[in-house]
Design a protein around this ligand. Sequence first.
Ligand SMILES: [Zn+2]
Length: 682
Amino acid sequence: MRTSPALIVLLLVAGCTAQPPRDPAMGRAPLVEPAYAPLPLGHVRPEGWLRTELENMASGMTGHLDEWYPTVGPRNGWVGGDGDAWERGPYWLDGLVPLAHILGDSALVAKARPYIEWTLASQQESGYFGPTPEGPGTENLPQEQRLNRADWWPRMVMLKVLQQHHEATGDERVIEFMRKYFRYQASMLPSQPLDRWTGWGKARGGENQASVQWLYDLTGDRELLDLGQALFDRTDDWTGDFAAGKTADDYWRTHVVNVAMAVKQPAVQYRQTGDLEYLDAVDRGLAGLMEKHGLPIGMFTGDEELHGTDPTHGTELCAVVEFMYSLEYLVGLTGRVDFADRLERVAYNALPTMTLPDYTGRQYFQQVNQVRIADEHQQIFVTGYEDATCFGLLTGYPCCTANLHQGWPKYVRTMWLRAPGGGLAAPVYGPSTVTTTVGTGAVPITLREETDYPFEGSVRFTISTSAPVAFPLHLRVPGWATSVGLTLNGTAAGVPSEAGTFAVIDRTWSDGDVVELVMDLPIAVSRWHERSVAVERGPLLFALDVEGERREDASRAVGLEPGSIGTMHVEFHPAQAWNYGLLLDTDDPSSSLEILRREPAADATPGFAGAAYPWTRETAPIRILAAGRRIDAWKEYNAAAGPLPPSPVRLPPGEPETLTLIPYGASTLRIAAFPLIYQPKS
Ligand SMILES: [Zn+2]
């Protein structure tokens, strides 16, 4: 019989053990101590292409959404207006606030401020805050959700916004405000359950519980532990679903965004109780989702309901950013490398392909095999928006327009986390600097991470400190790495660096110390729907680069002024054949593939080389040449690739052609789940 983790927690609380006192930065007992904890917002800065990405967000949709999309502008209910009073304002702020502080952009900070001030001032004597049921408007409009003002759900998003505001500014009003709201919530839950207004709150109660835990870590108010349990008890039973391998039932538990958020919900309860049953449920849930709905981009279909493994089925942008946020939570709580591997795979494949580089448009659904982006889809998706894959401000459905902004900023924040003992951990890699304090004496340091990752496998860390300081540095060694070199000032670091673990260098560091991590990026082939093959290299998936013709239509009216940016609608139509199978030696794929590198672009930052912006077919820093043949019977159907021929496909007649594969994140029209062509052994 194993000892109950809950019992261990009780013993710890009772003082029956000589554990060292917990670092306050790592959370408060009896909640489970996370392996790694976030650093204050703004300590991690992106560099190189990652800075370009965030700056494009600031100069594009994230920095201008209130101007381009009046639904979140001055008429929004979360700044006192008579318009949308539900989730879209808080969604936008959940990405705008971290973006503003990570970039140190005072104009963006000022843009978010009126919403935060209005929200703080809106709190009533009871503790309730936000738009009130008595507010104006008796109906929802296509761009304005004005009903259900008292719904628990939009408040769950606003709590995350206020937490980030507090973490960036130290605004102490947030603490009393949340205390008062949670007392209100505890008193109201028995009569106003989480689905009193809509089903979203009951499906997404894990977010609310995590916010309660955040406040408990800061205050130690014991009543918050009771509220956390009450929220868990009233949230949909994701643990039961996941443990049973059930991934589709009623609408709320099949909706892909709910599922992406729910992946962390049992883990929030693990933090509450210490019971490993809940972490097991996360693992079983992920395994079941990938088996029944998994895609090579590291996540599952959902258009909007979970929709099997067919690579022409859709994945919603909200699900991408919410799944990333769930994985970020899981990485911090557990310190497990497999969650970080999954996170990079989603961030470096599924996310960049869904936005235009200048952030003037985004997709609602992406397809892994995406051969035409047009307003013509018929019966491909469960929820049938025919323009769901078109780029635009409001194509498909507008939730993603408001919710996409959290994706990159929260990822950047996760690149450096606090490790126990005043240490630092790098769970995911990319060009960045972190300026923070380390060691038992809280010594200020800057750590510079120079790398072409995820396109190449070397990462160089340089430490700047005014005085020698002892702290542990935790570096993730991905599960896919087959060969790893780790050096300290040019000689072997001499610490274990097995794939799937964190290598820990615990020493006294001096100014100018350099650590280099060199990982091979092995080419691998994975198998998917109809035994199709996907080509991978480290965290990146590669896709056939299908040339397309871009067509813009600025006249689409979606309830906005004609000609405004919200009416933009971008289609891509194939200008070349896409129906190729691959000729591959699946036992030794690198023998049949050739890697080509581009010279770094002139506008690339020295030391953070590569392109200034790598996620386009023109600027992708790396490509792979492969041999393939056209499969004539594989044709377009309803503006999508028709049924995927089961692999292996008999060798079609004709000569092989050389195909160019580019990083999936840089592709627009593409095939990424390929039929494998059968080659008889000669
Ligand atoms: Zn969405």
